[in-house]
Design a protein around this ligand. Structure first.
Ligand code: 3PG
Length: 306
């Protein structure tokens, strides 16, 4: 079987070497398409691939149409909103993710971003400390729980909202359960977002929620830019000069936000939450192992388009 690693934002060389070793060790053929500039390159490269490992690369219906031999796509990471699941299912292609494998990297970045904003983006202006502040975690999954644990060690008070968990499960993760979004936002000096981009969550965080935050609050987004209603965010920042926004996923209106609000907003130029040597290795190798196991035994444990 030919297993193609297609990554616009490549894994580390060590992770690629590890993937190659697993693929070839299982008797498959390894191929790589890295730093490609245009989607047409992916369309051409998948023509004879049996399996595909991707990161945030877009697997559209066009890509799936071109991939006549494709049986499985593994998104080396958590969020699979970049894969057209309906088209994949129609093509009988199994789609998996590698949950948890890059969570620590994203959680460390979320904590770093809080401190970066609290300390005025590392300028000499007087900042504040996160100790003693309240952190609201929106979705207490793999990343959210790690953010909570790290922030607790910094002396923060942790609140969490997760519709899929019981209050007891949230408490067991070290956080105080909160039962609705309004309460989470109204009670938190920092809110860290960890929800996926779904039809129900896209543009779900806007003016009404953001303006519920207490004086001097900061919204931290290491999830997806799509979950923010950017117009609502702009209006909230205009009306509330005390609020701040920091994100690992550059908003479409970032230039305007920076012009209007300067240091109150910050976005990384390229999504970097999972861009650590460790996360590349964990997610990349997990993806390769899941594909080899799928071919060897039919294991579909991490399938997301069942
Ligand atoms: C994820 O969903 O796992 C993260 O957003 C990481 O995305 P990346 O692999 O494109 O860095």
């Amino acid at each position: 079987m030919k297993i193609l690693v297609a990554t616009q934002k490549p894994f580390s060389a060590a992770a690629v070497a590890g993937i190659k070793e697993i693929v070839e060790g299982a008797g498959h053929e390894f191929a790589a398409l890295e730093k490609y500039a245009d989607a047409s390159e992916l369309v051409a490269a998948v023509a004879d691939a049996d399996a595909l490992i991707i990161r945030s690369d877009k697997v559209t219906a066009e890509v799936l149409d071109a991939a006549k031999n494709l049986k499985i796509v593994v998104r080396a990471g958590a969020g699979y909103d970049n894969v057209d699941l309906a088209a994949a299912t129609a093509h009988k292609v199994v789609v998996m993710n590698t949950p948890g494998q890059n969570s620590n990297a994203v959680a460390e970045l979320a904590v770093a971003m809080m401190i970066f904003m609290a300390r005025t983006q590392f300028t000499p202006a007087t900042g504040s400390e996160v100790q003693g502040k309240r952190l609201g975690i929106q979705a207490f999954g793999n990343v959210g729980r790690l953010v909570g644990a790290k922030a607790k060690a910094l002396g923060m008070e942790i609140l969490a909202l997760d519709p899929f968990l019981t209050p007891e499960q949230i408490e067991a993760g070290g956080a105080k359960p909160v039962f609705n979004l309004d309460e989470l936002y109204a009670s938190s000096d920092y809110v860290s977002i960890h929800i996926p981009a779904l039809p129900s969550t896209i543009k779900s965080i806007g003016y009404d929620l953001i303006t519920k935050m207490p004086k001097g609050a900061t919204l931290v987004n290491t999830a997806r830019k799509e979950v923010i209603d950017e117009e609502g965010l702009m209006k909230a920042l205009e009306e509330r000069p005390d609020l701040k926004y920091v994100t690992d996923v550059m908003p479409d209106n970032y230039e305007t936000l920076r012009e209007k609000f300067g240091m109150r907003v910050f976005a990384t130029p390229k999504k970097m939450g999972a861009q650590t040597a460790e996360a590349n290795m964990n997610a990349g190798l997990a993806a390769a192992r899941q594909i080899c196991d799928f071919f060897a035994t039919g294991n579909t444990r991490f399938q997301v388009n069942k």
